[in-house]
Ligand binder design. Structure first.
Ligand code: 3UK
Length: 519
């Protein structure tokens, strides 16, 4: 299906003002801990006041880039819509970023304005000293007269949205950068609407009475879509949590009556321990993305909660999810099929399609796609109109896509290609293993050997000794081709992960100790 959009389009008008105009202004839009509840009309009034502050007090003109820096909270959502309404470009950043990283983003994106949570003022001020292009900063969740809230009180709750073009940029999203310098990806107003018209409409199909909750930051497009834009696109509500540890999530689900949970595989593995509470809760649907979902995690979650996970692969470059499967179509070990609107295929090193069952490079195209801001890596990501996500996949005869690894995470040991996630998936099926990460480490004889870093399940009575190493090695040999077993296993207490829950395999190297156990 080809999506059509009018030449003039503002996604804030579509997602927010239209809801109010069509009589849904009184519906709950955002809730937060402490009893905060904003209707669509409440969010609109706040976004309008902030848009007036941006234009009248901060001199914003359409096309200006605005830094948004905050934990997931209602004011961040209001600021996001205010920027879009005023024709600005929203650049949301992960709350954990330090001044140095913020400075690089401000410089790269030529950010002139900022709306930030007071709790992050230290880093933002330090970055402002290093990046003079950032001229105007206001802080919110601020009790004093200099704060954004005081400025909002001086302005009207009415605002005429800027008449933007459907293909004006409305947001710049920075890639999480598991390796290398982060890249900025540009997305248009129509891309936002296309994302709302694809995965949520065809796979998730939320209802207006659904309550979303989850962990990904709104600065990550997984969170922006899954926890703000998609619920709003159907008039549903979202519970925004500043802190989203497993304990906060379980409590949040109970407090807000959440029905749809959006988080990453690692979080589902920890949350499974709260199965009884979750079974008794309102939770009924669960979305996993950000990294591969091992079959063992799908099984663990179903056993703990009775809920079948919805897996989906998305990318910052693609804005959101493009391959996925709903509960009824889920296949353990496979991500799913290309969602309507997107095409996906697997290519060899020369860009030719490979037959079903053959591993190659995943290529996708659809209504959204990669546009790096001034970056030579554009030519690597987009080739012949296809977006190459950097993932190795195979497609089976039914069009299901089965994840193998990041193309740069393939281990080559004694001439064999071994995908780290496959070995991780096999280890995770053992009850002693809570978390694990697998990399290739240099080996004189084999080039590389497979090494696993394993976090043991707490309270299971397992001890990190040679006997357990042998047990786990034998267990993997039973589950997958024996040559893939980890010749070295090191027990660790935690794994390095990004703020978005992705394992940082390149950092596993530095966890290495000398007491290895190649056998
Ligand atoms: C990996 C997955 C296997 C894959 C994202 C949903 O993760 C998101 O965006 P990023 O730019 O990373 C993209 C890369 O992450 N990945 C994501 N999901 C899966 N691998 N199975 C999955 N289900 O390597 C991909 O290329 O951080 C996810 C929505 C929006 C997003 N931005």
């Amino acid at each position: 299906p080809e999506l059509q959009f009018p030449a003039r389009l503002n996604c804030a008008t579509e997602l927010l003002d239209r809801r109010v105009a069509e009589g849904q202004g009184d519906r709950l839009c955002i809730s937060a801990p402490g009893g905060l509840r904003w209707t669509y009309a409440d969010l609109q009034a706040r976004a309008n006041r902030i848009a007036n502050v941006l234009v009248c007090e901060m001199g914003l003109v359409p096309g200006n880039r605005v830094l948004l820096s905050a934990p997931n909270n209602p004011m961040l959502a209001a600021c996001w819509f205010a920027v879009i309404k005023a024709g600005g470009i929203a650049v949301a950043t992960m709350p954990l970023l330090r001044a140095k990283e913020l400075t690089a983003i401000i410089d790269k994106a030529r950010i002139s304005h900022a709306l930030c949570d007071l709790c992050l003022a230290g880093e933002v001020q330090a970055a402002q000293h290093q990046a003079p292009v950032l001229q105007k900063v206001r802080y919110f969740n601020h009790p004093d007269v200099q704060g954004l809230e005081a400025a909002m009180a001086r302005h009207s709750d009415q605002f005429d949205n800027v008449d933007t073009a459907a293909d004006d940029t409305c947001l710049l999203a920075f890639t999480s950068g598991t390796t290398g310098v982060p890249k900025a990806t540009m997305h248009f107003h129509r891309d936002v609407m296309a994302a709302c018209a694809c995965w949520p409409k065809h796979v998730l199909r939320p209802q207006p009475d659904d309550v979303f909750i989850g962990s990904p930051p709104l600065a990550f497009t997984f969170g922006l879509g899954g926890l703000l834009l998609f619920p709003m696109s159907v008039g549903a509500s979202t519970a925004l949590l500043e802190r989203a540890s497993p304990e906060h999530l379980v409590q949040g689900i109970e407090d807000h009556g959440a029905t749809i949970l959006v988080t990453a595989p690692t979080s589902y593995r920890t949350l499974a321990a709260h199965g009884a509470r979750l079974r008794a809760s309102t939770l009924r649907r669960c979305v996993s993305a950000g990294e591969a979902l091992p079959a063992a995690t799908r099984t663990l979650w179903r056993a703990a909660t009775g809920i079948e996970l919805i897996d989906g692969i998305g990318a910052t470059e693609m804005l959101h999810i493009f391959i996925s499967a709903d509960e009824a179509h889920a296949r353990p070990g496979a991500t799913g099929t290309a969602i309507p609107g997107y095409q996906a295929c697997v290519l060899d090193a020369n860009g030719q399609p490979v037959p079903p069952g053959t591993v190659g490079r995943l290529a996708v195209k659809g209504p959204t796609g990669c546009r790096y801001l001034d970056d030579p890596r554009q030519a690597n990501y987009v080739q012949n109109g296809w977006n190459l996500t950097g993932d190795a996949y195979l497609m089976d005869a039914d069009g299901y896509f089965v994840y193998q690894a990041r193309t740069d995470d393939m281990i080559i040991s004694a001439g064999y290609n071994i995908a780290s996630p496959e070995v991780e998936g096999a280890l995770l099926a053992h009850p002693a293993v809570a978390e694990c990460g697998v990399i290739g480490v240099p080996d004189a004889e084999r080039g590389q050997i497979v090494k696993a870093f394993v976090v043991l399940r707490a309270g299971g009575g397992y001890s990190p000794d040679a006997a357990l190493v042998k047990t786990l090695q034998d267990f993997v040999k039973q589950a997958i081709a024996p040559y893939k077993y980890p010749r070295a296993i090191q027990f660790v207490t935690e794994l390095p992960r990004t703020g978005t829950g992705k394992l940082q395999r390149f950092r596993l190297n530095s966890l290495q100790t000398s007491q290895e156990n190649p056998t």
